[in-house]
Design a protein. Structure first.
Lengths: 246, 246
């Protein structure tokens, strides 16, 4: 028989809130595939796995695990339709290096879907490092974790005082601005920091002054802007295209 | 004094459902900016505007309009936080041409956010025409309309039997497939149809056979896939980049 204690339910649910994730240094990973990826990429960070009998894994014995009913999984899940497993995973704070690579800097990205999608773009293109302003949505927010499709396990994220960080940064800082230089015709796009701004307000005033190279996706139609995750995808694509075909 | 009739409330709310939009040939546009764009781009299609006293426009007199209270706007709105105005707009069915341009074909895109974002990408890059399979999410779904940020007023959309349509299509059909040719190194990407597939399943089996050129965004990291709207943005960007810099 399964049987998850009230305290465990309370503990897991509490991790849906940022302040509790910060105090405990833990976050939630949900769904069959995501839990399997966590088992592969964050083996040493997994504290607990709850799973239903339809979850199949040969490696469960390596972790603290507990069989739960569908109903119990629903009780601890943040998803509308929970899917076979949930893991509690330790947050590791990293101090990633930024030399000789393209890194992203995110200035107050608010939407969890956008944040997760940007992580996925970084993961696709082999970007290993993202710096976020303190007001950027928490990357351990369950919605971000889900939208990242596993990228959260492979990318080093660091929340910093972004203005201070940009000021001290020795790499070229590229900033995506509507009035920047056309990325298609700009002579060089080399490794450095790509700074992307908030969904509505763009890059904040105090950070704009640290941009070394203002860049822009040229517009051919009438839309006022592109979604920030789409813009990130297009600009990163252009950086990588040039590096990979030169 | 404002005062919106019960019948009007019922009529407007009914348009949140696809079947009613189809029967009536009408859809909803919400929010100050979107209603202003509709007034600019779809002048002759607007049937009715409800607005609160904080909505400012010199052109209201050109339309059937009605002052409503914040509370009344809430009653007719599909948004969590309604914003100053709502318009009822006529759907125009178009038979767009596809010659000598890049057009998009969408194979069962399901998520309203993705659909709106794809419309916005098309609008940014000057793509005027999108063909959708019958099972693609309705572009007049309020969530799609909002996410399109006005693109819905400028792009011609047509829902077709996509398999039949692709079969009859005389332009080059480019299909985004994981195992397609690298878009960065592929020799030519010329005008034609860019076919994008469903979020989970990709391009359907029966449509794959009509692809003339399978293309792909090369992967450098570990993510399994990109979000379909991001992938659309990156591929369209590469088509347009080549055309604009040649």
């Amino acid at each position: 028989m399964s049987g998850i204690s009230k305290n465990k339910i309370k503990w897991i649910r509490s991790l849906q809130l940022k302040k509790n994730r910060e105090t405990e240094g833990l976050f939630l990973v949900e769904g069959e595939k995501m839990v399997q990826e966590a088992m592969m990429y964050c083996k040493n960070q997994i504290q607990y796995i709850a799973y239903t009998d339809s979850f199949v894994s040969e490696h469960l014995a390596d972790f603290e695990h507990q069989l739960v009913s569908e109903k119990e999984l629903e009780m601890i899940s943040s998803l509308k339709t929970p899917n076979k497993a949930l893991a509690v995973v330790q947050i590791i704070k990293s101090r990633p290096s930024i030399d000789n690579q393209l890194v992203l800097a995110l200035d107050d990205i608010q939407d969890p879907g956008n944040m997760g999608t940007i992580l996925r773009i970084a993961d696709w293109y082999g970007i290993q490092t993202i710096f976020c302003s303190k007001n950027t949505v928490d990357c351990y927010n369950p919605k971000v974790v889900q939208a990242s499709m596993g990228a959260i396990f492979r990318i080093q994220l660091s929340y910093v005082d972004l203005t201070k960080w940009l000021k001290a940064c020795k790499s070229t800082i590229y900033g995506a601005l509507l009035e920047g230089e056309n990325i298609y015709t700009k002579e060089t796009l080399s490794n450095g920091v790509l700074l992307m701004g908030n969904e509505g307000k763009g890059i904040s005033k105090e950070n704009i002054e640290y941009i070394n190279e203002a860049i822009s996706i040229p517009r051919f139609g009438k839309a006022e802007s592109l979604n920030v995750s789409v813009a990130t995808g297009i600009i990163v694509s252009e950086f990588v295209r040039r590096q990979s075909t030169n």
